[in-house]
Write a protein that binds this ligand. Structure first.
Ligand SMILES: NC(=O)c1ccc[n+]([C@@H]2O[C@H](COP(=O)([O-])OP(=O)(O)OC[C@H]3O[C@@H](n4cnc5c(N)ncnc54)[C@H](OP(=O)(O)O)[C@@H]3O)[C@@H](O)[C@H]2O)c1
Length: 386
């Protein structure tokens, strides 16, 4: 029996994870759950899974939950520190990190420092402070298992092989819902259209990141730190069918890939139960039915955000944290305040250009860059709206 803490339990990865737990109750026990503001969904989950502690980062939402759960045996915490406290629960064996955005950095690092193995879906902390997170994981003797489907594919394709034999990591990208559009057409794309992902059902932020290809830019940075591979050895291929989840090329010419239907429960369960594979029994992969698998080079002119990921990585220091924060602000402004779709990339680029990077040697360095970039990007967003 493995005791798990699930950060971001009310989201898309969170609910997929709880589906797995519900299917295999003899293998997993939920000891902690956390969310941002959704107290009602968290309440439903705590009544089913009976954790010892839960947390909401939003104080007002936590107060409502406490009022409704008076007398219940569960501890209800709140704020960033409350979420981090759940991440450190002494009885937890594995922390599944599935918060969206940079808000996951503090609790994920708290879990690592409390000597918990981490199953990492929340890629943004790796972008903000990947080197630091890996150093802390090494120092505390814990492992970080990838959940992102591309990184899980690479992780699986590296099993039993030597790192020094790797020539390239090839991350695949679906191209998202706007792959066929010109820049002129993208200018007028409304959130409803950008949120219609062809292959994956995910939270809103990552779906917009897929539409701009910023998601792949973030994943290049994530891969660099998860696998300790330099950016010159990380490539991206557009693969519309989302069947080949990523590939590793070795120096003898062998290319090893992981394939499967697009279902996040496969990589989540692999990270939860590594190295054993769980009998999820999805429909068989019918390659003859699919017929053909297609691959294209990414188009950097129409999708400049992918290049920003490489640029931030090559600059290093606080630049990736800056990129990430600017993207979060720009995506939220696109979804909630109606800035144009193409403005997302413009805000990111202008924020990066205005930034003077420093080294990230502590959590505070990453958080400081994050705060700076949010303020800068918010100013740029206001200019777009005026
Ligand atoms: N969805 C996928 O298939 C997928 C695939 C690969 C990687 N990922 C990565 O996994 C992460 C989660 O993605 P998702 O699609 O599951 O997102 P999501 O559906 O938007 O869920 C996000 C979760 O984070 C919580 N949250 C939001 N802001 C928070 C804050 N400030 N403090 C604490 N908790 C907060 C949310 O709580 P509330 O519900 O209360 O807001 C929710 O539980 C992202 O980093 C994403 O890039 C996702």
């Amino acid at each position: 029996m493995k005791n798990i803490v699930l950060l971001g339990s009310t989201g898309s990865i969170g609910t997929n994870t709880l589906d797995i737990v519900a299917k295999f109750p003899e293998q997993f026990r939920v000891v902690g759950l956390t969310a941002g503001t959704n107290d009602e969904k968290l309440e439903e989950q705590l009544r089913v899974f009976k954790p010892t502690a839960v947390a909401l980062s939003d104080e007002a939402a936590a107060a409502k939950l406490r009022a409704r759960c008076k007398g219940a045996s569960v501890q209800i915490l709140s704020g960033v520190e409350g979420v981090a406290q759940v991440a450190r629960l002494p009885e937890a064996d594995l922390v599944i990190s599935a918060i969206v955005g940079g808000a996951g950095l503090v609790p994920t690092l708290a879990a690592i420092r409390a000597r918990k193995n981490v199953a990492l879906a929340n890629k943004e902390p790796m972008v903000m402070a990947g080197k630091l997170m890996q150093e802390e994981a090494r120092r505390h003797g814990v492992r970080i298992f990838p959940v992102d489907s591309e990184h899980s594919a690479i992780f699986q394709s590296m099993e039993g092989h030597r790192r020094e034999d790797i020539r390239r990591l090839i991350l695949t990208a679906s191209g998202g819902p706007l792959w066929e559009l010109t820049r002129e057409q993208m200018q007028h794309v409304k959130p409803e259209q950008a949120l219609r992902h062809p292959n994956w059902k995910m939270g809103a932020k990552i779906t917009i990141d897929s539409a701009t290809l910023m998601n792949k830019g973030l994943e290049v940075v994530e891969a660099r730190w998860l696998f300790d591979i330099p950016p010159s050895q990380i490539e991206v291929l557009i693969h519309r069918e989302s069947i080949v989840h990523s590939l590793v090329e070795y120096r003898d010419g062998s290319v090893i890939a992981q394939l499967g239907l697009p279902d996040m429960r496969t990589p989540i369960s692999y990270a939860m139960n590594y190295p054993a594979r769980m009998p999820l029994e999805p429909p068989p992969l019918d390659l003859a039915g699919i017929g053909k698998l297609t691959f294209f080079r990414p188009d950097h002119d129409r999708f400049p955000c992918l290049g920003f990921g490489y640029e931030a990585l090559l600059t290093g220091g606080t630049m990736p944290a800056t990129l990430n924060a600017a993207n979060e602000i720009a995506v939220a402004a696109y979804l909630n305040h109606g800035i144009g779709f193409l403005r997302i990339g413009e805000v990111i680029q202008a924020t990066m250009e205005a930034h003077s990077p420093r080294d990230v040697t502590s959590l505070e360095d990453a958080l400081e860059a994050d705060r700076w970039a949010r303020t800068k990007a918010e100013t740029l967003v206001r200019q777009c709206l005026s």
